[in-house]
Design a protein around this ligand. Sequence first.
Ligand SMILES: Cc1ncc(COP(=O)(O)O)c(C=O)c1O
Length: 452
Amino acid sequence: MTDRPPYVPPTLVRHRSGLMNKMGVGPVVSSRSSVAGVNVEALVEAYGSPLFIYDEQIIRARYRALHNALVLRYPKVALAWSYKTCYLDAICRLYHQEGALAEVVSGMEYRKARRNGMTPGQIVYNGPHKDDQTLTEALLGGARVHLDHFDELARCERIAEQHGCRPAVSIRLNLETSTLPRWDRFGFNLDNGQARDAVRRLLAGGRLRLTGLHVHLGTFILDVRAFAEATRKVVAFANRLRSERGIVLDTLDLGGGLASRNRLRSQYLPSDQSVPSFAQYAEQLVDGLSALDYPANELPTLVLETGRALIDEAGSLVTTVVANKRLADGRRGMVVDAGVNTLFTAYWYQHQLVPTQPTSEPPEPTMVYGPLCMNIDVVGNNVMLPPMAVGQRMLVTPVGAYNLSQSMQFIELRPAVCLVRPDGTHTLIRRREVLDDLTRAEVIPPWLGGGR
Ligand SMILES: Cc1ncc(COP(=O)(O)O)c(C=O)c1O
């Protein structure tokens, strides 16, 4: 009898897909050397790397497309630019030029909107924390103040009493839909009767006038039916307020939440197959509004506070390769000069990363890391990229929403932002930060060498 060789357990080796398919064909990697017709290299020469680039034409076109999709279906529409999505003044002013109101969620944003030429009446004031000074200014000036909780309701009443006035307010609702996670931390719950109690409380106080309802369901909502479902609930509530209490509303604000043509990390299908069009969203929103029991001349204005779906595609980021390396498991790693400090949305989106120079070299799954000395600084996970030498650049898209307003002065300073105009000219709208921007607010005590 011969000895059997000892059992050797099999080794599992991870298959790296993407190099070649079963027909022996590798993936094609596209490249993109310009944004809005302007050469990326020329922009980097003018403003440095990394660099955010906004395309004015896309900003205006997306705004008009959403507005048109709505006015085609409902006669009274106003869009309020959601400041926190990107509150660079130049960007906000582009939207205001197009006719947008301002939707703000803090005193800082309220003041920004005022500086950008908005009257209080053109400001929608949301958020769970409204400071006394801004809230007073907003109530007295006629801003559209959306009440978030009972404490705020009582504060508004006190302000109204102190100033001997009866300001208009809206109440924010939250509600259950069949498909979306519930955002019940904002506003008053419609399903369990809390919203009805809020109205009762407001009417009993007699200090405030209820003129609107607001609901913001969530963000990046791919299921358009959720909008119809929510709108129907809000409309039923509005109808009851009118028939039972004689309250005639002038505004129904259905918030934001429309998805941009981006792709979540968890998303299987690419955005062009999964993100609904503005027409599809508008169809569902207005479908719900058709049940409004209001005479035609008294219909409330439909307000939308769309953020990411308007601006995301208008923004790109150019970043430069600073190093290449092999990871311990054999994968390629690449370090670039922009990380999650500037690209906060890389945490949940699979952004598109493409080289700015064409190449015929075969791509390979690549981990793209930012410049931070932090393990979590990953800009792209197993992105199919060709070899890229130090100094070569890539474009990250779409990144126009939330990145600038959520960017951090962490380890690195913030990059410059430029705007490309429809005529092909470009201009700086935020300069690259310098060290003084970081230290300006600091105070060095005298015993540490600071001034007296
Ligand atoms: C109250 C409110 N309105 C509007 C928006 C804009 O949302 P989005 O960017 O999803 O359109 C937000 C963002 O979360 C919000 O909190």
